[in-house]
Design a protein around this ligand. Sequence first.
Ligand code: SF4
Ligand code: SF4
Ligand code: FES
Length: 367
Amino acid sequence: MSGQGNAKGNDQGPPRLILDGELVSFTPGETVYQVASRHGRSIPTLCFDPRLEPFGGCRLCAVEVEGWGKPVASCTLPAAAGMVVRTTSERLEAYRRILLEMLVSENREVDVDPLSGYSSQEFRRLVDRYGARTGRFAGERSGRSRPEDPNPFILRDYDNCISCYRCVRVCAEQQGDHAISVIHRGFHTRIAVEFDGFLKASSCTFCGQCVQTCPTGALADRKALTRRQVPGETKKTRTICPYCGVGCSVDVLTRNGTMVGLQPAMDGPANMGALCVKGQYAWDFVQHEERLATPLVRNRAGDLVPATWDEALDEAARGLREVVEKFGREAVYGVASGRAPNEAAYALQKLMRAGWGLHHIDHCARA
Ligand code: SF4
Ligand code: SF4
Ligand code: FES
């Protein structure tokens, strides 16, 4: 067979292996899963997150390698020249289905709300792909939910946990926080913070990354779920978080014009799925019932009363002029809000720089 020499790594050029009968090249250091994905194979995964070090926990990504007796996890298997790999076979499909059947049998719920998090539908999709809702395995269930954890952002419903440890790994590898870890052994293994307490008392910064990588919704976006009753189809709109200068990409979730959540963009060049607590959770001001819908101006009695935009702007201009006349232009200082759009921030710096010739301008995002 032509090219067979390359597959064995004997010829010049990149190393090659045989993937489902096709000779393919790879870059040294790639895993079999990476090579297969690049060549269009859809190998199921659960503990895999491309941003994290391979873990090899769920075994769903198993493939067959010629000469090896048992299926082997492709996400941790380095590609080697001359390898003959099969990504699908009757045996592999049965193996994957049984693994999923065992997980389904253990979890309280498979059909979690998509507002739970970015990856929350991964498990459900695989269960449906493999027809694994068979109720085949009975017995005790592991996982201990912490619905009483009083934090306002993250729901900890470990009855739906499959021990993929993506949450623990993203917290350590991406966030560098190490706020959550695995405690106990065997069947009693579960995710916990130090001293098995609440998130608020731990080193958790509420970045939400564990929520967004969880493939089952065991960790869920508590804030977004308060909007689950809003009717309509969920629409995603890509934008940039306005809170600071990093420029993290986010997807704003809306239903009929009402904001119902926000998720990080996993392909955002500046953040690759990471956000801080403000970017992830401080979005409800957009349609908050106490948000000002009209300008307010203080009357002579000192009370704030509704005004038109013209009245409010005239009043602001009058006040600024008065300060400049009394104390000089150096007394004026502009601070923009991270919750204002970029256009407003631009207009404020124009006012300060072009209007008064000052560099007295700042923005809360600088912090
Ligand atoms: S919210 Fe962030 S810091 Fe807190 S446990 Fe999750 S990943 Fe770690
Ligand atoms: S909580 Fe979610 S991400 Fe963490 S181990 Fe369980 S299933 Fe995996
Ligand atoms: S995705 Fe490879 S073992 Fe889980």
